[in-house]
Design a protein around this ligand. Structure first.
Ligand code: DAK
Length: 260
């Protein structure tokens, strides 16, 4: 996988996807979004990859938003197309059967905050600044921020952030549930990799079904969601990892999962 604005490193069962447009604070333009879409489809299909980590190059920015210079002259129809591309990328990340960890360094604004929201887990550096500053530009969040931010941190807090365009620092992000973990910048990637390694050591089907159950179940009422969970729970018993995991417990030894 070779891209213009992305770097992809594959090691120990994980793919590290780095958005690499440091001169524009890793802002998301059409090429970058198209490449992200392609990279996540490829990572989803690659059996050598079990967890994906996404980060931004440099210390200053994860992603400072959708590319304002590219967006400024768009017509309404072009803007709609651009928003659809962004939505498609976020959906691809959410729908990716493998866990996706955002390692968020520096500014995660607008489309950058929305990209982090599309990921399953957010580990952030102490210098992080989250925000949805679109109202400063005369627009609203266009890559799902009005929906995912409210779902993650609640309607009232999401409205405050989106109406004021205010930025949130690391401790506040952690307090309101936007960040799972806060670490010094120089430990960011290692912390994300350590979490990825822990996830990789589990039965990969169990992790995959858990992601499906949580992600899709949240869109359903509780009875249907529980039914959906029951189906996926049952499906776990079609895997060798379930037999091995339970046998290992009974034999008082560490399970050897094979992802089968
Ligand atoms: N787009 C393009 N370039 C950007 C950028 C961005 N979002 N953010 C920063 N840059 C560029 C700057 O223009 C500057 O470029 P040069 O002048 O050096 O060529 C370079 O990165 C360094 O930025 P600064 O000089 O401004 O650096 P500072 O440290 O002083 O400030 C900052 C850092 C992140 C606070 C500041 O750059 C900033 O406020 N950036 C904009 C943040 C922002 O407003 N982000 C939200 C973008 S809007 C929709 C689809 C999508 C969206 C909405 C609607 N539809 C189609 C309906 C999504 C919108 C957004 O994400």
């Amino acid at each position: 996988m070779t891209y213009k604005n992305l770097l992809i490193d594959i090691e120990n069962g994980m793919a590290i996807v780095t958005i690499n447009r440091p001169k524009a604070m890793n802002a998301l333009n059409e090429i970058t979004l198209t490449e992200l879409q392609d990279a996540f489809v490829n990572c989803a299909e690659d059996d050598a990859i079990q967890v994906i980590i996404i980060t931004g190059s440099g210390e200053k920015a994860f992603v400072a938003g959708a590319d304002i210079a590219a967006m400024q002259p768009l017509t309404a129809l072009e803007a709609r197309q651009f928003a659809k591309l962004g939505h498609q990328v976020m959906r691809t990340i959410e729908g990716c059967p493998k866990p996706v960890i955002a390692a968020v360094n520096g500014f995660a604004l607008g489309g950058g905050c929305e990209l982090a929201l599309g990921c399953d887990i957010r580990i952030v550096a102490e210098n992080v600044k989250f925000g949805q500053p679109e109202v400063n530009l005369g627009v609203i969040p266009g890559f799902g921020g009005t929906q995912r931010l409210a779902r993650l941190i609640g309607k009232g807090r999401a409205m405050e952030l989106i109406f004021t365009g205010a930025m949130v620092d690391a401790s506040e992000a952690y307090r309101i549930g936007l960040a799972n973990k806060v670490v010094p910048f120089d430990q960011l990637l290692d912390t994300a990799k350590a979490m990825a390694a822990t996830i990789i050591s589990k039965g990969s089907y169990a992790v995959q079904f858990a992601k499906e159950a949580i992600h899709n179940g949240l869109e359903l009422d509780l009875d249907r969601a529980n039914q959906y969970e029951a189906e996926l729970f049952g499906l776990c018993f079609a895997t060798k990892d379930q037999k091995e995991g339970m046998l290992a417990f009974l034999e008082k030894r560490q399970a050897k999962f094979k992802g089968e």
